[in-house]
Write a protein that binds this ligand. Structure first.
Ligand code: FMN
Ligand code: SF4
Length: 347
């Protein structure tokens, strides 16, 4: 019998409970992609709220990645100090610290300019090597900053998610075609990070399905997760395109990617983390005990109530106050609209 608030091993990381803060982009990094005081304050509020593991939001591995305003980067030495502070904040709260490493799109320098938005089939083998090197170098910086791990972002339609998807990857070489071929770049990245930075936990966030005609299907995602596990992946977080499903009601439609996560957890030895729609401790413990899913991750509930884990652990089992309206996608610093209306900072 698994319970939410018990110590559990996420690979080589020992967590104080089974709750993970899923990567959540705040849009509060400065113009260079360095973590700012307001961003670190928000992280601190969440880790003090009791999660066992904190995954820092979308952090680009490349200086050339156009990304979005306020995007964090770990693409140069200048970014290390902010992540060192983040690691300290997490560790002071007894929480493991992981950063989500990502590429929104691949860009390269050419003839003095920058070619942006290149799709999988437009990358040369040298470009693929560049992608791998960017992730490996960012992971080395994460290690230097004292973080416990990295999460490779292969979900939600960003570059690596498109690379593993048949809807986007039309390559005809060893990196296209079968799921194993489309997963090869990911597997190489995992293997290279494990080799160069062996102390880091290496995780991955992946789509259970693209939910798109011609896109990644569950059976293919399963094959790619298995390939990455064989290459040294230590945990996998299950998500899907359209990840923040609106209108979640406690006890009614929670844990919306659960079926795939249960299947995956039967077929890989590494811990499976499930994100998406966890709102009540009763349902969450039922999910944990339905099969081999080991950890549950949350984003929106912690935007509205950073101290939700502490509240639940203290015995107040009322479901999360978040109504899954997704308005926080459109507020400054991705704050909860209800917190803003109340005039305070919720996190
Ligand atoms: C404001 C906001 C920012 C997000 N940023 C990221 C991100 O940087 N990386 C990521 O993988 N998912 C991101 N997500 C998706 C969440 O991590 C999560 O997968 C999704 O919201 C479903 O979980 P929930 O029901 O607990 O919110 C974001 C979600 C929200 C609401
Ligand atoms: S705005 Fe608030 S209530 Fe709505 S989804 Fe975001 S955190 Fe939840």
């Amino acid at each position: 019998m698994k319970i939410l608030f018990e110590k559990a091993a996420l690979g080589r990381l020992f967590l104080k409970n089974r709750l993970v803060r899923s990567a959540t982009w705040e849009g509060l990094a400065d113009g260079k992609g360095c973590l700012t005081r307001p961003l670190l304050d928000e992280c601190e509020a969440i880790v003090r709220g009791g999660v066992g593991c904190f995954v820092a939001g979308f952090t680009s591995v490349s200086d050339l990645d156009p990304g979005f305003g306020g995007m964090a980067r770990l693409s140069g030495a200048v970014h290390v100090a902010g992540f060192r502070r983040l690691a300290e904040i997490c560790h002071n709260a007894g929480c493991a610290a992981i950063v989500q490493l990502a590429l929104s799109e691949f860009s390269r320098e050419k003839n003095g300019g920058i070619q942006c938005g290149l799709e999988p089939c437009e990358l040369s083998e040298a470009d693929l090597q560049t992608v791998e090197s960017l992730f490996v170098a960012a992971a080395e910086r994460a290690c230097e900053a004292g973080l416990d791990g990295v999460q490779i972002h292969a979900a939600h339609g960003f570059f690596l998610s498109r690379f593993i998807s048949p809807a986007w990857n039309r390559r005809t070489d060893a990196f296209g075609g079968s799921p194993e071929n489309r997963g090869r770049l990911l597997a190489h990245i995992v293997h290279a990070i494990r080799t160069v930075s062996p102390s880091l936990h290496v995780s991955m966030k992946v789509n259970s399905s693209d939910f798109t005609p011609g896109g990644l299907e569950p059976a293919e995602s399963l094959a790619i997760c298995k390939l990455c596990a064989e290459s040294g992946l230590e945990s996998v977080e299950v998500s899907g395109n359209g990840t923040s499903v609106p209108g979640i009601r406690a006890g009614v439609n929670e844990a919306y990617f659960k079926d795939f996560a249960l299947l995956l957890a039967e077929q890989v030895e590494i811990p499976v983390i499930l994100v998406g729609g966890h709102r009540s401790p009763a349902c969450m413990e039922a999910v944990l005990n339905e099969g081999n899913i080991g950890f549950l991750s949350m984003s929106r509930p912690l935007i509205r109530e950073p101290d939700l884990p502490r509240r639940w652990q203290a015995g107040d089992s009322a479901s999360a106050a978040c109504i899954s309206c997704n308005s926080c996608y459109h507020t400054p610093g991705h704050q909860c609209v209800f917190t803003l209306k109340e005039g305070g900072k919720g996190r």
